[in-house]
Structures are given as C-alpha cells and as structure tokens.
Design a protein around this ligand. Structure first.
Ligand SMILES: Nc1nc2c(ncn2[C@@H]2O[C@H](COP(=O)(O)OP(=O)(O)OP(=O)(O)O)[C@@H](O)[C@H]2O)c(=O)[nH]1
Ligand SMILES: [Mg+2]
Length: 376
C-alpha cells in the first residue's frame, strides 16, 4: 500500500491490543512473540511499555529485538491515559503500524474501564480495539484461584489479581509448558467456571503453543473492555502500596571480561534468595545487562519458581549498564539496601566493579484514572 499524503497516512486504522496480567505473568514475552508473528505476516508493529518509574528492563528487552517501542513511565496507563494516546498517535504517524501492542503495569486493574473502553470510545475513528487479554501465571492461579489463598501476598494483592481476571475478555492461561495435563485441565476448568464472560485459551510464550488460537481471537475482534469489574479503589490502592518497587542501575566494568549471562542470572538468584530468606514474596525481579555485545536478561517470578535466563547473549563482555527492576512484597527502602548489598558481591565474584547511577524506590501511589467508562 502506498501513502501519498499525510492525510491518507492519518486515515490508516490500526489494531490496538492491550495485554494485561499480574507481574511476571509473561506479558513482555508474549508481546514479543505476537509482534514477531505479526511481522512475519507482513504487518508493521508498534509497542508501548508502561511502568511506575523510568529504567525499564521491558523496554530494553523489546527494543533490542528491533521493534519501535514507546514508553509511558511514571504511572500506569490508566492514570496517564493522555500520554498513552499521544504515544500511540506518535507511533501511528511515524511508523504507520497495522498493530499496536500495549503492556500495562502488572499491579494495575480496572483497565477495561479506564484504558480499553476509553480507547475504543474516544479513538474508535483510528483504532480497532481488540478484546482485552489478561495473561495468567499458572502457579499464581493455582494458589489464588484453585486453593483460594493469597499467593504469598496479602488478601489485598490477591484482590487485584482476581479483579484482573474478572475484567478480561480473553484469559490466557500462560506458561502451559510448565503444567501436567491434569493441572492444566483443572486450571482451565476453574478459570472458565469462575470467569464465564471470558474466553479461556492455554498459551505458552516460550513454545508458542496456543498463540495462533489467541491471535485469531484478537484479529476477529468482538467485545473489547466490556467486562467492567466493580473495583474498590481503597482495597486496590492499599494492595498496590504493599508492593515495594525498585528500578536501579549500575555502570559495570571490568579489567577482564566476564560472562554477561552468568552475571544477570547471579544477580537475580542471589537477590531473590536473600529476599525469600527474609520471608518476603517476590512478584517479579528482573536484571538486564546492556553491552555492545548484546542484552542479557534474567528473571525470577516467585511462586515456587527458579531464576531463569530469559534472554542470553552468550557473550564475554568487559562492561555495560546493569538494570534491576524489582517488585516485592516488602518495604522499598529495605529492598533498595538489600539490592545494593547483594549486587556488590556478585559483581566482585565476576571480577567487575559497579558504580550506582540511579535508584528509584517507592510504593505505587493511589491510582487516579484519567477516565472511567462504565457504560456503553
Ligand atoms: N515456562 C514459561 N516461562 C515463561 C513463559 N512466558 C514467560 N515466561 C517467563 O516468565 C518470566 C516473566 O516473563 P515476562 O514476560 O517478563 O513477564 P511480565 O508479565 O512482562 O512481567 P512484568 O512486566 O514484571 O509484569 C520470564 O522469566 C519469562 O521467560 C511461558 O510461557 N512459559
Ligand atoms: Mg513485562
């Protein structure tokens, strides 16, 4: 297709896909797989990430794969709706994407009312807003949906997790590669029974299982953001504020070379092990080392999992920028001190030194959405 004028350019419609779900559910991994699939199908793709603060591992993870990524930082999409709309518009003008994919903050809920429905209603002239997908980590679903527990968090954090499921148009039981057939059937059955308004699909961002079925559901369209949940903003705000947030960065260098993959893995393993030893639940801990030889990323998502190198570089490097993003059920000041104390010996073990460049640590503030659309 040719675009001869700016007006034709701005008439092009794009699909707008919001992929939600709790911290660590696999949103960024899924976004990347979907983006790659759309690219294979000849579609241009734009991505929008979101966090309560700057220095995002997710943005680095996606940019390094060659996609254009815009970032809404400083608050969630719902509280920065106008910025989300501007990012989308910038991508639309500059990249003319067929598909826009947005990843909201994993501790947010009420997104059907505050993001999906406003986008559909206010920008329906330029976007086909797809059904709202929520990814579910099976280990957390087992704890909170099947066993009716709180997943190592408090009842208020579990409340957010359940509200996220309630407002989904499509529920993806993700990471099905980790499940026995019996547990998979039990979880699929429980999700379908407890959230009957949603279509339930089994997916794996690692193997790609279920992604075509899911993508077709998104491409066909249908109701988007119409499952508005009744959300108690006091409980929601208190639940979010129980999570300590840390985005920290270090300039790392070494007289000799070190293994980038082993370094990020060890940062995550050592830090998460210390947090768990103190009795706190990790929602997501991610470490990224950006160097001229590539970007290495490691993650730990709690719920009985083990540290995982999600993006290897297989490179020996002499330095780079190390970024740590931690979302943990603990005091953020303690989290910051703990991270400083645990990262230093890992660097020493790899014969590297680190200079802390930045550290943002806080509890997320009360969500105050720009819009809340509850009716057609
Ligand atoms: N086994 C398995 N692991 C997965 C799958 N999808 C993602 N992961 C892993 O889960 C961890 C978290 O994945 P992310 O994609 O970063 O999760 P997220 O939902 O974007 O996390 P936040 O941005 O912190 O909310 C990483 O270690 C991924 O490699 C999957 O389908 N199967
Ligand atoms: Mg992510």
């Amino acid at each position: 297709m040719h675009f001869d004028s700016k007006s034709q350019k701005s008439q092009e419609r794009a699909s707008f896909l919001v992929i939600g779900g709790f911290l660590g559910a696999g949103k960024t991994t899924a976004l990347l797989r979907l983006a790659q699939r759309y690219h294979e199908l000849g579609k241009r793709v734009g991505l929008i990430t979101n966090d309560q603060a700057a220095h995002l591992v997710d943005t680095g993870t996606l940019r390094v794969r060659g996609f254009r990524v815009e970032e809404v930082a400083g608050a969630c999409f719902c509280c920065k709706f106008d910025e989300l709309a501007q990012c989308a518009e910038r991508l639309r003008e500059e990249e003319r994407p067929h598909v826009l994919l947005g990843e909201p903050v994993g501790s947010c809920t009420d997104l059907a009312a505050t993001v999906v429905a406003p986008m559909r209603t206010m920008y329906g002239d330029r976007y086909d807003v797809a059904p709202y997908s929520v990814l579910v980590d099976p280990a957390r679903a087992r704890q909170i949906v099947l066993e009716k527990g709180f997943g190592g968090f408090s009842s208020k954090v579990a409340y957010i997790f359940l509200k996220q499921l309630e407002e989904a148009d499509v529920l993806c039981l993700n990471k099905v590669d980790t499940l026995t057939p019996q547990l998979r059937a039990d979880l699929m059955g429980a999700l379908a029974a407890e959230f009957p308004k949603a279509k339930v699909v089994g997916t794996s961002g690692l193997t790609g299982e279920g992604f075509e079925e899911w993508r077709k559901l998104l491409d066909v369209g249908g109701p988007a953001g119409r499952n508005i949940a009744d959300v108690d903003y006091d409980v929601y705000a208190e639940g979010e504020a129980e999570l300590g947030w840390l985005n920290a960065a270090w300039e790392v260098r070494s007289e000799r070379s070190f293994d980038a993959d082993a370094l990020v893995h060890d940062v995550v393993a050592r830090t998460s092990s210390r947090i768990r030893a103190l009795g706190h639940e990790v929602a997501h801990l991610k470490a990224m080392l950006e160097s001229p030889s590539g970007t290495a990323v490691a993650n730990f998502v709690g719920a009985g999992s083990t540290p995982h190198l999600s993006q290897p570089t297989r490179a020996a490097v002499s330095g780079g920028l190390l970024t740590l993003n931690a979302r943990v059920h603990m005091d953020p000041t303690m989290l910051r001190s703990l991270a400083d104390a645990e990262v230093a010996p890992v660097l020493t073990a790899h014969r590297a030194v680190g200079h802390a460049t930045d550290a943002l640590y806080f509890r997320p503030g009360r969500p105050v959405p720009t819009h809340r659309f509850t009716k057609e």
